[in-house]
Design a protein around this ligand. Structure first.
Ligand SMILES: [Zn+2]
Length: 257
């Protein structure tokens, strides 16, 4: 059992689809959770355009993965899968409401902004929402969506909030701002990914996709080894900066290790 301490949310991972947080940051999430950090994941869509499995089946899988990673909580909004739009006022407003409710220190968007149009739009939407969340005059709509973890509700009033920094999962050809050492939590990341059998396994007559090919998992491991070697450790996950933390002193507590 993990005992969380500190603020309501140390790190908020905002992704388009249920498995994105695990693919991009599974090792980091578990690493920080093991240190008592409160990490939340928010999935913007229900994944209704996914090739395999229904949104409800994917939600069950994501709850299992959330428990494996020690997430403090997870929310799933119902923005339209395939049509995330960083200029859509209502979509941005929904994310502002989440940020104000959770008051995260750091925000990371996952996965890296490539290929899928939702993955390209998500970082832009998150940067916009992170900025607008500090503007008192903006009154967002209710958050909505569904929550993992009993006893959590979204009914609290949402006051303005300014996160310290916003990052994205670093693209393979990008410049990392931070590398987390996930050597110790790599097995937990694999275990969390295995929870998404409907997405990453071809058993039970599922349709072949590029993510349920064994090559996909090999790519995730290769990426972890590459970032690890860049940081002088065995396995790593890298973040690229979208909004720099502004410092007046060294951090009170060290992040990572
Ligand atoms: Zn995705």
């Amino acid at each position: 059992m993990i005992n969380h301490k500190g603020p309501a949310c140390d790190l908020l991972v905002i992704s388009a689809h249920t498995d994105d947080a695990e693919i991009g940051l599974g090792g980091t999430i578990r690493l920080l959770a093991d240190k008592g950090r409160r990490v939340w994941a928010v999935d913007l869509t229900r994944g209704e355009l996914g090739t395999n499995a229904t949104p409800d089946e994917r939600w069950v899988e994501s709850q299992q993965a959330s428990a494996v990673l020690g997430l403090a909580g997870r929310a799933q909004l119902d923005l339209p899968d395939g049509f995330i739009d960083s200029t859509d006022r209502e979509q941005v407003s929904r994310v502002v409401a989440v940020i104000r409710r959770l008051k995260p220190r750091w925000i990371v968007t996952a996965p890296d902004p490539v290929r899928h149009p939702d993955h390209r739009q998500t970082p832009e939407l998150v940067v916009r929402a992170s900025f607008l969340s500090r503007l008192v005059a903006l009154q967002p709509e209710k958050t909505g969506g569904r929550l993992w973890k009993d006893g959590e509700t979204w009914t609290e009033p949402a006051e303005r909030w300014e996160p310290e920094a916003v990052f994205s999962v670093c693209p393979d050809n990008g410049a990392p701002a931070v590398i987390f050492d996930i050597s110790a939590t790599w097995p937990a990341k694999q275990q969390a990914l295995a929870c998404y059998a409907s997405q990453f396994s071809r058993q039970d007559g599922r349709v072949s996709t590029w993510i349920n090919d064994d090559v996909f998992m090999e790519k995730i491991e290769r990426r972890a080894r590459t970032w690890g070697s860049r940081g002088g450790v065995e396995l790593g996950e890298a973040l690229a900066s979208l909004s720099f933390p502004v410092m007046t002193d060294l951090p009170v507590e060290r992040w990572g290790r």
